[in-house]
Design a protein around this ligand. Sequence first.
Ligand code: ZN
Length: 232
Amino acid sequence: MNQDGVIVLFSGGQDSTTCLAWALTRFARVETLGFDYGQRHAIELRARLRVLAGFRTSYPEWTAKLGEDHLLTLDVLKQIGGSALTDAVKIEMGTDGLPTSFVPGRNVLFLTAAAALGYRRGISDLVGGMCETDYSGYPDCREKTIAATAEALSLALGQRIEVHTPLMHLDKAATWRLAEELGGKTLVDLIVEETVTCYEGDRTHRHDWGYGCGVCPACQLRARGYETYRRS
Ligand code: ZN
């Protein structure tokens, strides 16, 4: 068990919830950090609190390690705009070859803010759910981008910053499997019931993999991964 503290980038989605469980099995003191960046669906921010409450109810041994939950406002992303996640833009392939759900610079900004918060709190380990396996081609989810960002932040802050990305090489089915390994069926059920992945922020349609529109790329990825996980 690593006795240091760690900050988990925690959005209230499937991936960051799995990352939170991962961190709780490895670090003695775990803090969570969410960002209000003007995302169209503030439903994400409510999911964070439901998931944290679920952890506290179901896992007393994890609750003892769970420290402060932080929420930072990064509305510069909304000011810049142009993404389907911050504006009324249709989710489709953009002229840049990336889906319109791409928010340029988001992960680098998130990690910079997380490292700065960690600096103040004596924490140099960060955990993020970035993944280059099942991703949508977002260049800021690549392992190379994360490693270079960690390197730049270490130089900028004058201390080692380590960014852990436990999902980097997993597909969505493997992410469901990892959740089961870490927290059993209880964690899988909590992820199904309470986390939000849907780009449309839909919480009215319930599927066996959870709530969502069922149509957007994030829902399709989550549904396919869940099916494969259940069959295996
Ligand atoms: Zn959806």
